[in-house]
Design a protein around this ligand. Sequence first.
Ligand code: ATP
Length: 368
Amino acid sequence: MATVSLKSINKWFDSSQVLYDISIDIEDKEFVVFVGPSGCGKTTLLRIVAGLEDVSSGEVEIDGIDVSSAHPIERGISMVFQSYALYPHLSVFENIAFPLRVAKTPKAKLQEMVMRAADILRLTDRLEHKPGQLSGGQRQRVAIGRSIVRQPKVFLFDEPLSNLDAALRGEMRVELSKLHKSLNATMIYVTHDQVEAMTMADRIMVLSEGKLEQFGTPMDLYHRPKTKFVAGFIGHPKMNFLSASCLSIDSDGVKVELPAIGKQLLPVEPLKVNQGEELEVGVRPEDLMLSETGKGLPLKVDVLERLGGSTLVYGSLDKYPNFCAMLQGDANVREGELVNLDVNPASIHAFDSNGNAMKRRQVPEILK
Ligand code: ATP
């Protein structure tokens, strides 16, 4: 059993505040990812959980016990860093065994624990190698192995895959998800890569400038972002935003004026929106399709990226120069031409002038 609760965490470095009143409860065996752009405070928060950084105010609880002033060793955590931090002169076996040697673990037990970790991480045939003879992914697995043998209550990962190439990152994502299932442990993982967050997390905490934007499941964040920031951060390619004046509000939703296509009713809960207010409308590239009627959003195509299974179409729409549509397959589109795009109004997101999302009335099946 290892729950982690962060209670009203604030952090200042000298006179500058970098974390603001962060409170979340992480459940036993959960895989939680802290994600956000560079400098948003995610590593500082992870280091606070680890005890490598003090809180300025607030509490860290592990299994219901306040550990805010406990030494890192007393917290039952183990941290894997981006830089691997392996000993180059020691073999893979000895690198994994290192914490057990420090703890004076009996030889037979040490052997059994290292072999089990090596087996889980598929390193059994590399145990005699030195780190310099390993690939990046293998080195990262050794660092994880050293963490596993400590049998921590909570695993902490600080951008562990960012030194790897794209293909290896993809493989390691799958391996880490499998590892989480086989160890049945609580894990907290820091990354700036929203794809890593979406693919591995049970729940994701999105941070922006030290503030918690949203904490929820990947699909909740994707389909029901609470803020424009989360909507723009989660999803690839990024959501398109258009400003649209609020024409009227009634029980069916909000009517707005969209570029070129004119009046459109959006089936959303209007929150505290006023008639005449300038709203932001969000359309995901993958929610757009080529119009068969010749009506719809007019996009002047600048660049095509043909990916085989889909085609990314970049161009300008009205006053928006960086609009993107993701069309299925080998879309029949050419650079330089004008195409019209349809979008289902139920998939459109709307944000008030403070960037707060209006709840969509029709939620996808997966959230019901
Ligand atoms: P990155 O993805 O670039 O690692 P991050 O989201 O992990 O970024 P942090 O490293 O937590 O961000 O840093 C958050 C803020 O705190 C930044 O503005 C950073 O400059 C500042 N900061 C971090 N450590 C210190 C320190 N020891 N002293 C002063 N400021 C610090």
